[in-house]
Design a protein around this ligand. Structure first.
Ligand code: CO8
Length: 253
């Protein structure tokens, strides 16, 4: 499948890669890109050969946010219609397989919000993360205020949302936004290696683990523990659990 704003690659067995590809606009997320992203994710969701997906951009930019040229002058109602048509947001938030986001250059506004919806964030040294929507008279609208506040805490989240404060990758790493900071030359290889490992693991266990961690971020401990119990028990009925525990005891693969 070819897209106008995305490149789809298959860098390793079991791994799908989506590359945002609007180089002249710093990969700004226009409606076409967000619809194509929804389509590409849906294809990977349905493809049993794919166990993990990488989302990345270019060395210069992951994405500079929503496309301002599309938003200028539109009404709230028109924005609502645009959001509802942008299937990529829904697709990333419901995607069941693991996603690795490899970010270089900058992840601003909606670009940062897209990265925050991936499961594991890797960033190159010096990459800039920011929610600069306030400079345009609006606020983040794809979960940025909620997700950033949950990760970094109130005070820094307030600076980022109300004052557009930028975090470099190193600080984003210290604050738990990013799990690894990597040399620019190595980020893609590291993302592929990580995604390959994830794709090779027991898929039902990986998906259950993803769902549980996401639940932890969104609910009380009590509800989260119940959710974990409900995800944990059925895994004992899977062939993977039976075979992998037997293999461990037999000291075989
Ligand atoms: N949208 C559209 N075009 C953009 C964007 C953008 N977000 N960012 C850059 N571009 C375009 C520029 O207009 C310019 O186009 P042209 O060459 O035709 O003039 C080209 O990219 C290069 O940009 P610059 O000349 O500005 O390049 P610089 O290197 O000087 O600066 C920056 C690069 C820092 C990326 C700068 O362009 C910038 O600050 N961009 C805007 C960043 C921003 O404000 N992002 C937030 C957007 S709002 C948002 O994301 C809301 C999300 C809500 C999602 C809700 C969904 C549910």
């Amino acid at each position: 499948m070819t897209y106008e704003t995305l490149l789809i690659e298959s860098p390793a067995q079991g791994v799908g890669l989506i590359r945002l590809n609007r180089p002249r606009q710093y990969n700004a997320l226009n409606s076409t890109l967000l619809i194509e992203l929804g389509h590409a994710l849906e294809n990977f969701e349905q493809d049993d050969a794919i166990g993990a997906v990488i989302i990345t951009g270019s060395e210069k930019a992951f994405a500079a946010g929503a496309d301002i040229a599309e938003m200028v002058g539109i009404s709230g109602q028109e924005m609502l219609e645009m959001v509802e048509a942008s299937t990529g947001w829904r697709a990333i938030s419901t995607f069941s397989k693991p996603t690795v986001c490899a970010v270089s250059g900058m992840a601003l506004g909606g670009g940062f919000e897209l990265a925050l919806q991936c499961d594991i964030l890797l960033a190159t040294k010096g990459t800039k993360f920011a929610l600069p929507e306030v400079n345009l008279g609006v606020i983040p609208g794809a979960g940025g205020t909620q997700r950033v506040a949950r990760i970094v805490g109130k005070s820094l989240a307030m600076e980022m949302v109300m004052n557009g404060r930028t975090l470099l990758a190193e600080e984003a790493h210290q604050r738990g936004i990013v799990s690894r900071v990597i040399e620019p030359a190595d980020i893609e290889a590291e993302a592929v290696q990580l995604a390959t490992e994830l794709a090779a693991r027991a898929p039902l266990a990986v998906r259950a683990g993803k769902a549980c961690v996401n639940k932890a971020i969104n609910t009380t401990l009590e509800e989260g523990l119940l959710f974990e119990r409900e995800a944990f028990i059925p895994l004992f009925d899977t062939d993977d659990a039976k075979n992998m525990m037997t293999a461990f005891l037999n000291k075989s693969k």
